[in-house]
Ligand binder design. Structure first.
Ligand code: UDP
Length: 329
């Protein structure tokens, strides 16, 4: 199979590449390297793998590569709370127009590659259900500013995907990704777990925003990519949003404690106001846990990684890369 991954030098994109290369597939990854890095390809064998630097809005070889692909994962997007708050115009430009350009290219190709258009748990906005199901109503508060912009850009991606499925019959999977974690994730643009790991291994305070009672559900990226592939293989999954994540929920304070415990770190926990972390306008998301019933009805997906196993793996991989005071080698 020939696989094209937009945003292929990003965290999830690079794991998709690794997953397909391990299966013997041929992979082309395109990325503008705005946040991604070619460092993520270290150890990839070049025979069946190609990286191209290109912006999803202008990449001139898009049509040619779309024609060649059997499956396309569209991961190119402005992500990470730091970038999202700093670059609200890029959020809508890249996320919405980039997806439109890709979908138009697929239509022009007169060819039906399986398509995976990445959505996000952020589409649930401030929904307050215990477990967020795909049918949950969504609530947005405009005062959240940039983050609402990101959530709506991802909801727009879902609507674009469903519209192109309806009108052009494209075989599109629409995963709503919940907090993927794992190797190669950078803490530079938000993303709590790599930050906590680095802080714990460096012996500096773990910065818990707010009082740490907010919850998230973390899914190992290696499970995430397997779920994406399984969904894409099943025509019954096409054309509808499907939550992809792990139903185990944890408070951020407990996550900090878990990282300290498993790394045997002497780091203290430091509570930092959301205003200091993200600016005074910021309205936090207090809770986020997926119902994964639809994913499990559509596939035989089961998680291979527990949160503890992921944390241990990250500690092991990062122990020799970090020197005290938090400098990453
Ligand atoms: N968070 C934190 N300390 C940090 C970075 C993040 O307490 O150094 C919190 C953040 O406020 C949020 C949670 O961890 O409540 C998850 O943040 P992340 O950026 O990983 O994901 P998202 O908020 O997009 O779900």
């Amino acid at each position: 199979m020939k696989v094209l991954i937009t945003g292929g030098a990003g965290f999830i994109g690079s794991h998709l590449a690794e997953y397909h290369l391990a299966k013997g597939d041929t992979v082309t990854a395109v990325d503008d390297l705005s946040t991604g890095s070619t460092d993520v390809f270290k150890g990839f064998k070049p025979e069946r793998f190609t990286f191209v630097e290109g912006d999803i809005l202008t990449w001139k070889d898009l049509d040619r590569e779309v024609k060649r692909a059997d499956r396309i994962y569209h991961m190119a997007a402005v992500v990470g709370i730091v970038r999202v708050l700093r670059e609200p115009v890029e959020v809508t430009r890249v996320n919405v127009l980039g997806t439109e350009r890709l979908l138009e290219s697929v239509v022009r190709s007169h060819h039906l590659p399986e398509l995976v258009i990445a959505s996000s748990s952020s589409v649930y906005g401030h929904s307050r259900q215990e477990a967020l199901g795909e049918e949950s109503e969504v609530i947005y508060r405009p005062e959240q500013g940039g983050l609402t912009g990101y959530a709506i850009s991802k909801l727009t991606n879902e609507i674009q995907a469903m519209a192109y499925r309806h009108i052009h019959g494209l075989p599109i999977t629409i995963p709503r990704l919940f907090n993927a974690v794992g190797p190669r994730q950078s803490g530079n643009y938000g993303f709590v777990l790599p930050r906590f790991i680095k802080q714990a291994l460096s012996g500096i305070p773990l910065t818990v925003y707010g009082d740490g009672t907010q919850t998230r559900s973390f899914c190992d990226v290696r499970d995430t990519v397997r779920a994406l592939a399984l969904l894409s293989e099943n025509p019954k999954a096409w054309g509808q949003p499907v939550n992809v994540g792990n139903a185990r929920e944890i408070t951020i304070l407990d996550l900090a404690r878990l990282v300290i415990e498993r790394s045997r770190s002497s780091s203290p926990i430091e509570f930092v106001s959301f205003a200091r972390g993200y600016g005074s306008e910021f309205l936090q998301t207090t809770q986020r846990r997926p119902s994964i019933d639809r994913l499990q009805e559509l596939t035989d997906f089961r998680h291979s990684w527990s949160l503890e196993q992921t944390i241990d793996d990250l500690i092991r991989r990062n122990s020799d890369r970090i020197v005290p005071q938090g400098r990453l080698l």
